[in-house]
Design a protein around this ligand. Sequence first.
Ligand SMILES: Nc1ncnc2c1ncn2[C@@H]1O[C@H](COP(=O)(O)OP(=O)(O)OP(=O)(O)O)[C@@H](O)[C@H]1O
Ligand SMILES: [Mg+2]
Length: 303
Amino acid sequence: MTELPQGWGVRPSTNIPTIAFGNQKGGTGKTTATINSAAALASRGHDVLAIDMDPQADMTKGLGLGPGDENNPSSPKNDLPNTLATDDANLLDVLVDNPRTHDTTLSEIVLHADEYDHLNFDLVPSHKDMGLARDWMDDASARLTLKTALEELVADSHEYDFILIDCPPDLSVLTDAAFIAAQNVFLAAQTQATSRDALDDLWDQLESIEDNQQIEIAIVGLLANMYRDDGQSKKFLDEFDNSYASLAPIFKLPMRVAIQRAWDNGCDIFEWEDANEQQVERDLFIEIAETMERAFDKTQVEA
Ligand SMILES: Nc1ncnc2c1ncn2[C@@H]1O[C@H](COP(=O)(O)OP(=O)(O)OP(=O)(O)O)[C@@H](O)[C@H]1O
Ligand SMILES: [Mg+2]
């Protein structure tokens, strides 16, 4: 592993280590990495909050809190509430200055792990209304609303050890809001030619946010996902190494069926049990969690 100094992550205004999982390219493993890093940190005794900033709501659905699975009547997802379709206050109300709901705070919409058997960490779910965010968050100050909402949450004595944010596959206002609030980014990429170009664009975006907001942003890790043992994967892993290894550790995750199965069953890979075949990915996400502890000079919490 690359020898980076202890504590290279950036503490945002809340002083709580906060990490946004980003890449504007679709299907690279951002949501998989958010869910399972959150679960790995929780398994090491940390109090974790995960926030689903994606209007596609894959993290919320992947944790079973979406519409259920009509093709599979025995799916555990069918027994859980659909938090995406409620008329209650939701994440969009927190993020936009809406006269009807402008007092909505994050603490009102957090789902607490102790109220759900299958959840290992707290979750701010996405919502069907989040599709309107790009239209309603059209002025520069909208990019700061997640940061402000997290400051209020922490002031309201919600002292998490880590906050993880799943970004949508774009460089929209929602992604900017997540990067500004977190000031730490975990990149999820596939080892393919198109990934390199996407990461170059993402890099430019991060530099422009640093300039505009006068903040520092750290990279805390890069997941080389769906890695195959072939020449093409190896070539792009070498490129990632040349560009990013001095900034952050790089983790290789091969194609693993347990990731998909855990998802189908509405849980993370630490919650999901089938014949021990998920040990490879559990070990990898524990390694990622240890790296996040090191990035913020934190240690495992004794049970
Ligand atoms: N290593 C892996 N092995 C097998 N399946 C994987 C792996 N990583 C991710 N997947 C599956 O690939 C799909 C895309 O992954 P995921 O949703 O995490 O990507 P994403 O970057 O969040 O996508 P989007 O850009 O749409 O938000 C999901 O069905 C997920 O379960
Ligand atoms: Mg996703």
